[in-house]
Design a protein around this ligand. Structure first.
Ligand SMILES: Nc1ncnc2c1ncn2[C@@H]1O[C@H](COP(=O)(O)OP(=O)(O)OP(=O)(O)O)[C@@H](O)[C@H]1O
Length: 272
């Protein structure tokens, strides 16, 4: 991604910045939700996401991670309680909230830059501004030089970068990512994680990330929430303090990383 200088910030600075920020971006307030009358997936759930925060949802299969993401995206409405963005009820999808899934449909007949530019479909942005923003985001996700390629000419990792760029080009206040790197090989996945952290440093949005991987969650997040299927809610809410810049390889092997991993593994085992 971009080679612009990144100023190292200590993890304490980053965490205290988030702690001192009064700005709650997204709020789930006593939310209950179920797909049928027989079972509530979420029960009386409270969750807040701050501006700029990188929050990951972890938990056993079926605990409701994607459901929370879809409620915030505006694809579903809560049965009870409120889901708000900047204090206003979320009534449907909005460009203020970008969504990236495990596999994203790119338009096969459009080039990379046309696919990315498609993010503007609901926005009144001048042609000049569009072009500038498409160029910038393509550089940020490491796709410079591939602007004229078609999806069939790209690897799986590159296609995911296009999907991320398309969601971010409209500068959403939060990016909702549902297992976005689950379908790519391990090495590509590590590269994408590092690039996402750099992107997150350079654009001022929050990220809500869903994954099954404890390692991925620890490497990426400011905060991890573990959901418990039986509670229909939050079992643990953990702040992650790792040295900045977060994307360095050391952060995958340090003692602090291993301690978080062990702690989260045991917590997950206890609720499975
Ligand atoms: N469209 C749907 N219709 C009916 N039930 C659904 C639907 N989507 C999800 N569910 C059920 O709701 C529960 C929560 O699903 P959800 O996908 O939110 O969990 P998850 O934690 O993201 O799971 P996974 O880790 O397996 O992706 C599961 O029991 C699932 O089977």
């Amino acid at each position: 991604m971009s080679k612009s200088p990144i100023h190292p910030v200590s993890s304490l600075d980053r965490q205290s910045e988030l702690e001192n920020s009064p700005a709650q971006l997204i709020s789930l307030d006593r939310v209950s939700f179920g797909y049928s009358h027989k079972r509530l997936v979420l029960q009386d759930l409270d969750l807040e996401i701050k501006q700029g925060e990188f929050l990951t949802l972890l938990g056993p299969s079926g605990c409701g991670k994607s459901t929370i993401l879809n409620l915030i995206a505006g694809f579903y409405k809560p049965l009870l309680g409120r889901v708000t963005h900047g204090g206003e009820d979320i009534k449907g999808p909005s460009a203020r909230r970008g969504v990236v899934f495990q596999s994203n449909a790119l338009f096969d007949w459009m080039t990379v830059e046309q696919n990315v530019g498609f993010g503007f479909r609901f926005q009144a942005v001048s042609k000049h501004e569009r072009k500038k923003r498409v160029e910038t985001i393509i550089a940020l996700v490491g796709l410079r030089g591939n602007e004229r390629k078609y999806p069939y000419q790209l690897s799986g990792g590159m296609r995911q970068r296009v999907a991320v760029a398309r969601s971010m080009v409209v500068q959403p206040e939060i990016l909702l990512m549902d297992e976005p790197f689950a379908a790519v090989d391990v090495q590509t996945r590590e590269g994408l994680q590092e690039e996402l952290l750099k992107l997150h440093e350079q654009v001022s949005g929050a990220i809500l990330f869903v994954t099954h991987s404890i390692e991925e969650a620890v490497f990426l997040s400011d905060r991890i929430v573990i959901l418990d299927r039986n509670l229909g809610g939050i079992a643990h809410d953990i702040k992650i303090h790792l040295p900045e810049p977060r994307y360095t390889a050391m952060n995958r092997v340090s003692d602090a990383f291993n301690q978080y991993r062990t702690d989260l593994y045991l917590k997950m085992k206890a609720i499975e």
